[in-house]
Design a protein around this ligand. Structure first.
Ligand code: NAD
Length: 328
């Protein structure tokens, strides 16, 4: 079997080589995205793997079909960058990768603690020998209520990590889990907004979650609420978030993701002009900590992402099915 891999980072290459040997497949790696400009590279391959920056719309899917490609594996958990419905319609089978939620969950708790303890400011001040305390007083989790929106794999792992801190946990999910009810109380979204000192988002990007944090939901939240988003940037309306930071409705913000981060995050743009004004403006607030979509980025997760994609393409090809196929 011959596979072509797009968006391959240097740190993935070793895992690609090792796993390809295990599965006895031939893999060609490219650092470029899969776009209309590169789609003809897939001619002659049996399967394609990408990361989350290649936007796979109907035009690329049509070209894939024309070149006889039947299998596409994204090495990410999220798959909102692929037109799944259209792929299904034209008979292209798509899978995503799964990796342990621990890395993202640990990162979420780190951003949460950094936000509660003004760590960004403390770090910046130390770098210029400013060791003052003014403005750095934090809050203790044992006195706070944390609201988790989305108690899937990552949300659940965050909840388990928070157990040692003694905070009250409330949560909202369309599918509450009985197994979590000893650790938290499921509430309506409105109640979660009203009661939470800290809100952490862990839902996928869907029509129902797009801009769920906006003017209206912010209005229902506590003054000084801390919001953490390690899920998808599009869950928040950034103009509304900016207004809430300016008015101090939001006490602190920890973001690992950002709407329209594509083309910016994961690139070194030190000498470039960046045209995302909202990103630049939001970043400069002392109580806003932003990172470059890296919560997933651990050794264990990268290995699983590569392995998952190659196993999946190999299973599609050899067995006609893959346990990672996106069936929704
Ligand atoms: P998951 O599918 O296990 O869980 C998602 C949960 O959200 C489910 O329980 C689902 O019922 C719930 N949900 C869906 N719509 C909802 C709504 N409107 N209101 C409340 N709950 C809702 O997914 P996961 O593995 O926990 O990952 C969650 C998201 O995290 C992914 O979709 C991805 O976008 C993001 N993610 C980010 C990174 C990163 O590096 N920052 C890494 C991995 C995943």
């Amino acid at each position: 079997m011959k596979i072509i891999a797009f968006e391959v980072r240097e740190d993935e290459k070793e895992d690609f080589i090792r796993q390809a040997k295990v599965l006895n497949i031939e893999v060609t790696c490219h650092k470029e995205l899969l776009t209309m400009a590169t789609v003809d590279w897939i001619k002659g391959y049996d399967g394609v793997t990408i990361l989350g920056r290649s936007a796979i719309h109907s035009d690329i899917l049509d070209a894939m079909k024309e070149y006889g490609i039947k299998y596409l594996a994204t090495r990410t958990i999220g798959y909102n960058h692929i037109d799944i419905e259209y792929a299904r319609k034209i008979g292209i089978r798509v899978s995503n990768s799964q990796y342990a939620p621990n890395g993202v969950a640990e990162y979420t708790v780190m951003l949460l603690l950094m936000s509660l303890r003004h760590y960004k400011q403390a770090l910046f001040r130390g770098n210029v020998n400013d060791y003052s305390l003014q403005g750095l007083q934090g809050r203790e989790l044992r006195n706070l209520t944390v609201g988790i929106i989305g108690t899937g794999k990552i949300g659940e792992s965050v909840i388990r990590n928070l157990q040692g801190f003694g905070c009250k946990i409330i949560a909202n999910d369309a599918y509450p889990k009985d197994s979590l009810t000893k650790m938290l109380t499921y509430v309506s979204l409105d109640e979660l907004y009203k009661e939470s000192d800290v809100i952490s988002l862990h839902t996928p990007l869907l029509d129902s979650t797009y801009h769920m944090i906006d003017k209206n939901s912010l209005k229902k939240m506590k003054q000084g609420v801390v919001i953490i988003n390690c899920a998808r940037g599009e869950l928040m309306s950034i103009p509304d978030i900016i207004e809430a930071v300016e008015s101090e409705k939001i006490g602190a913000l920890g973001l690992d993701v950002f709407e329209k981060e594509e083309g910016i995050y994961h690139h070194d743009l030190r000498s470039d002009i960046i045209s995302n004004r909202d990103m630049a403006y939001l970043r400069q607030f002392p109580n806003v900590t932003m990172t470059q979509h890296m919560a997933f980025y651990t050794d264990a997760a990268v290995r699983s992402m590569v392995e998952g994609a190659l196993y999946s393409l190999s299973d599609f090809y050899k067995k006609g099915e893959s346990m990672y196929e996106i069936k929704r």
